[in-house]
Write a protein that binds this ligand. Structure first.
Ligand code: CP
Ligand code: NVA
Length: 305
């Protein structure tokens, strides 16, 4: 097993399924397990975070370990110390490092020079911890992942890439509706297609949100403007108009369809307030499951589970 959790496709579908199932076992176990007693986790966040960071911090504490946040402006990285040196030094102190940053390549470089497990807490390309929580939430609602369809409406971004890869690996059908030129990158689509051929998952790409939502068990969306894309805000607001989970879209999906969002949300843009705050919404269960998923990830990568 690779030492790091940088993207789902580095791992086997069996390992990803184990993490999804372990998330729900971990949730049931509550605070009773302390397999990481005496271990320390570092966390570098070069972008904002509410759920992921607090989920790791509290999760590590609940597992008996200690977590410390390394603010990029307070460590020597921002004063020119190289990633390679930083990775080697931190490997001498810590048992694992969680990193949220812009570039996936930068994260992979850091991981290559670290001897401890590096966990991707979001890059511009992937958000693998989110996908584990997302599929665990679907499993929690339905009791199985077999035969399910999730429709993703919006930007083919980090969250979409990991959701797509997860579905392809786990055998969940994924329909993505994105505006023209906002589909996931070709390399992600190709890798996902390879996994889907093995798992039997169906992958559909469309520019029509209502088509994507048809007969879906879950509809999912994320912000139109991700962190780091603030300069594209005006154009994106125009191009993403209509890529919204609202009551009309919910009507296309299955009657018991649930609405998901990785959060934070912008009501009235990618999701209507009526859906976000209505009976079909499971967004806060999904948010809670981030912590349980991240505890499962910590157990596997720091605890050798
Ligand atoms: N969903 C998610 O990753 O949230 P944060 O940005 O608050 O961590
Ligand atoms: N796509 C969003 C997800 C935030 C959790 C972003 O990268 O900003």
């Amino acid at each position: 097993m690779p030492k790091d959790f940088l993207k789902l496709s580095d791992h086997t579908p069996e390992d990803i399924r184990w993490l999804v199932e372990e998330t729900l076992r971990t949730k049931r176990a509550g605070r009773s397990e302390k397999p990481l007693a005496g271990k320390s986790l570092g966390m570098i966040f070069t972008k904002s975070s509410t759920r992921t960071r607090i989920g790791f911090e509290v999760g590590m504490y609940q597992l008996g370990g200690y977590a410390t946040t390394l603010r990029p402006d307070e460590i020597q990285l921002t004063r020119g110390e190289s990633l390679r040196d930083t990775a080697q030094v931190l490997s001498r102190f810590l048992d694992g490092l969680v990193v949220r940053t812009y570039s996936q390549e930068e994260l992979e470089e850091l991981a290559a020079h670290a001897t401890i497990p590096i966990i991707n807490a979001l890059t511009d390309k992937y958000h693998p911890c989110q996908a584990i929580a997302d599929y665990a939430t679907m499993l929690e609602v339905k009791g199985t992942l077999k035969g399910l369809k999730v429709a993703y409406i919006g930007d083919g971004n980090n969250v979409a890439n990991s959701l797509l890869m997860g579905g392809a690996m786990l055998g969940v059908d994924v329909a993505l509706a994105t505006p023209k030129n906002y589909a996931p990158p070709q390399d992600v689509l190709k890798t996902a297609a390879g996994f889907a051929a093995q798992s039997g998952a169906r992958i559909d790409l469309t520019e029509n949100p209502l088509n994507a939502a048809r007969h879906a068990n879950f509809v999912y969306t994320d912000v139109w403007v991700s962190m780091g894309q603030e300069g594209e805000e005006n154009i994106r607001r125009k191009e993403f108009k209509g890529f919204i989970i609202d009551d009309a879209l919910m009507k296309e999906a299955k009657p018991d369809c649930k609405a998901m969002h990785c959060l934070p949300a912008h009501r009235g843009e990618e999701i209507s307030a009526s859906v976000m705050d209505g009976p079909a919404s499971i967004v806060f269960d999904q948010a809670e499951n981030k912590m349980h998923a991240q505890k499962a990830i910590l157990k596997k990568f720091l605890g050798g589970k």
